[in-house]
Design a protein around this ligand. Structure first.
Ligand SMILES: *[C@@H]1O[C@H](CO)[C@@H](O)[C@H](O)[C@H]1NC(C)=O
Ligand SMILES: *[C@@H]1O[C@H](CO)[C@@H](O)[C@H](O)[C@H]1NC(C)=O
Ligand SMILES: *[C@@H]1O[C@H](CO)[C@@H](O)[C@H](O)[C@H]1NC(C)=O
Ligand SMILES: *[C@@H]1O[C@H](CO)[C@@H](O)[C@H](O)[C@H]1NC(C)=O
Ligand SMILES: *[C@@H]1O[C@H](CO)[C@@H](O)[C@H](O)[C@H]1NC(C)=O
Ligand SMILES: *[C@@H]1O[C@H](CO)[C@@H](O)[C@H](O)[C@H]1NC(C)=O
Ligand SMILES: *[C@@H]1O[C@H](CO)[C@@H](O)[C@H](O)[C@H]1NC(C)=O
Length: 361
C-alpha cells in the first residue's frame, strides 16, 4: 500500500516535469523572490548588470510626518539642528544616506551652512495614491545661506541613479531665483557627474555635466523636459554612470550622452539644494526660500568591493517591472530547463532510492 502511493507520487512528479517542457515557460515557471536578486539589469545601454540596489520610497511615510519645521533663523548659524523625524534615524534611511549638519562653508558669499532641519517628511496626499514626500529646502538669511545635503554612506563605482522630484512653487506660484538642485556623484571637482536644476533659468530645462566642464571637449549640455512640462511637475531624472560613458534620461527619454570627462574613481551619490551667490547659481534674495519634493530615489550600483561571485546569480530587471522599486527576476527558458533537470535529478537521486526502501519494507 505504502509502496503504491510512493510510486504514484513519483509518477506524478515525472508528469509535471514533462508538462513543464510542453507548456513552455509562462505560468509554470518556478518564481524566485526578488529578494534573491544578486544582479540588477537596467534599461538602456549598460551591457552589464550592477550588484547593488536601493530604493528609498518617501511616498507612504504617514507615521513619520512632521509639521513644516521653522525656517532657520539668523541666530542658527552653526547648522547643528537635529533631524526632523525619526525616519532619518531609521536604518532604512541611515544605512543609505547621511544628512549633513553642523558644517559651515565660509568660502562663498554668502557662506553656506548645512542644516538637517532643511529635510523633512511632508504629508501630501496625491491622486497617484501617495501620502507623503520628502521635502528639501534652502533659504537665504541676511548673513548666510541655509542649505541641505544628503550623501550616500557607500562609495560607488558606476551607477544608474534616479530621482523622482519636482520643485515646489511658493504661495505666489513662482520659484525664487538663485538656487541649484543637485543630484550627482562626487569624489572631487574633477571626479563628478551632475544633474542640476537652476531656478534662475528656464523652468523647462536642466543642465547635465561631467566635471570639469571647462576641459575641451566638454561633457555638458542643457536637457529639456517633454514639451509643455516644467521641473515644477513630477519627473524622473536619471544618470547612468558607466565605464567611459555617462547617459542622462528624463522620464525614460534619452537626454544626452557623452564619453568626455567621465569619472573613474569611486564616489558618493549626493542630493543637495544650495546657493553660494556665485555667477553659476546666482544670489537668492534675503528671506527667499526654495523647496523640492522627492517621491523616491532609486540607486543601482557597483562598489569597489564588488567582484563577480562566480556562483549562480539571480538576475533581475529594475525597469519595466510591475511595481516601481520591486525588481523582478528575469525569466528565461534556460532557467526552466535547468529547473526541470534539477527536479529530475532530485527525483532519481532521492525518490527512487526512497521507493526501494519502501519496496524492501
Ligand atoms: C512607521 O511604520 C513602520 C511600518 O509601517 C514601522 O516600521 C515604523 O516603526 C513606524 N514608525 C513610527 C515612528 O511609528
Ligand atoms: C535621532 O538620533 C539622534 C542621535 O542618536 C538623537 O539625538 C535624536 O533625538 C534622534 N531624532 C529623532 C527625531 O528621533
Ligand atoms: C508674494 O508676493 C507678494 C507681493 O509681491 C510679496 O509681498 C510676498 O513676499 C510674496 N511671497 C513669496 C513667498 O515670495
Ligand atoms: C514653464 O515655465 C515657463 C517659464 O520658464 C513658463 O513660461 C511656462 O508657462 C511654464 N509651463 C508650464 C506648463 O507650466
Ligand atoms: C544652458 O543654458 C544656459 C542659458 O539658459 C546657458 O547659459 C548655458 O551655457 C547652457 N549650457 C550648455 C552646456 O549649453
Ligand atoms: C550675492 O550677495 C552678496 C551679499 O549678500 C554679494 O556680496 C554678492 O556679490 C552677491 N553675488 C552676486 C553674484 O550678485
Ligand atoms: C558591476 O560589477 C560586476 C562584478 O564586478 C561586473 O561584472 C559588472 O560589469 C559591473 N557593472 C557595471 C555596469 O560596471
Amino acid at each position: 500500500m505504502t509502496t503504491v502511493t510512493g510510486l504514484l507520487l513519483a509518477l506524478s512528479w515525472t508528469g509535471s516535469c514533462v508538462s513543464q517542457h510542453q507548456h513552455g515557460h509562462s505560468h509554470l515557471e518556478p518564481r524566485a523572490a526578488a529578494t534573491d536578486c544578486s544582479l540588477y539589469q537596467v534599461s538602456g545601454q549598460s551591457a552589464t548588470p550592477f550588484e547593488n540596489y536601493r530604493f528609498l520610497d518617501f511616498r507612504s511615510l504617514s507615521n513619520y510626518t512632521a509639521s513644516e519645521p521653522a525656517e532657520i533663523t539668523t541666530q542658527q548659524d552653526s547648522g547643528e539642528e537635529a533631524v526632523t523625524s525619526p525616519y532619518f534615524n531609521s536604518s532604512t534611511f541611515e544605512d543609505v544616506f547621511q544628512i549633513l549638519s553642523g558644517v559651515r562653508n565660509p568660502d562663498s558669499n554668502p557662506p553656506m551652512i548645512y542644516s538637517a532641519q532643511n529635510a523633512y517628511i511632508s504629508a501630501a496626499e496625491s491622486a497617484d495614491g501617495s501620502d507623503t514626500y520628502l521635502t528639501v529646502r534652502t533659504s537665504r538669511n541676511k548673513d548666510f545661506q541655509s542649505v541641505a545635503q544628503m550623501r550616500s554612506v557607500e562609495s560607488v563605482l558606476h551607477a544608474s541613479m534616479r530621482i523622482c522630484m519636482k520643485v515646489l512653487e511658493d504661495s505666489n506660484d513662482t520659484v525664487a531665483a538663485g538656487a541649484v538642485v543637485g543630484f550627482f556623484t562626487y569624489k572631487s571637482d574633477t571626479q563628478e557627474t551632475d544633474i542640476e536644476i537652476l531656478t534662475k533659468r528656464s523652468h523647462h530645462q536642466f543642465q547635465v555635466t561631467n566635471q570639469p566642464s571647462t576641459t575641451e571637449p566638454a561633457g555638458t549640455s542643457n536637457v529639456s523636459l517633454a514639451t509643455g512640462k516644467n521641473w515644477t511637475d513630477w519627473a524622473e531624472y536619471r544618470v547612468d554612470w558607466l565605464q567611459g560613458q555617462t547617459i542622462w534620461y528624463i522620464d525614460d527619454v534619452l537626454g544626452y550622452q557623452t564619453t568626455n570627462s567621465v569619472p573613474t574613481e569611486a564616489s558618493a551619490l549626493m542630493l543637495n539644494l544650495w546657493s553660494n551667490g556665485g555667477s553659476f547659481s546666482g544670489n537668492m534674495s534675503v528671506g527667499a526660500q526654495v523647496r523640492i519634493a522627492v517621491q523616491y530615489i532609486e540607486m543601482v550600483y557597483n562598489t569597489t568591493d564588488d567582484a563577480t561571485s562566480g556562483g549562480t546569480a539571480t538576475r533581475c530587471n529594475v525597469d519595466g517591472v510591475e511595481t516601481k522599486g520591486e525588481p523582478q527576476v528575469v525569466q528565461t527558458s534556460a532557467a526552466v530547463v535547468t529547473t526541470c533537470i534539477a527536479s529530475s535529478t532530485f527525483f532519481f537521486g532521492l525518490v527512487v532510492p526512497l521507493l526501494y526502501v519502501l519496496i524492501d519494507l
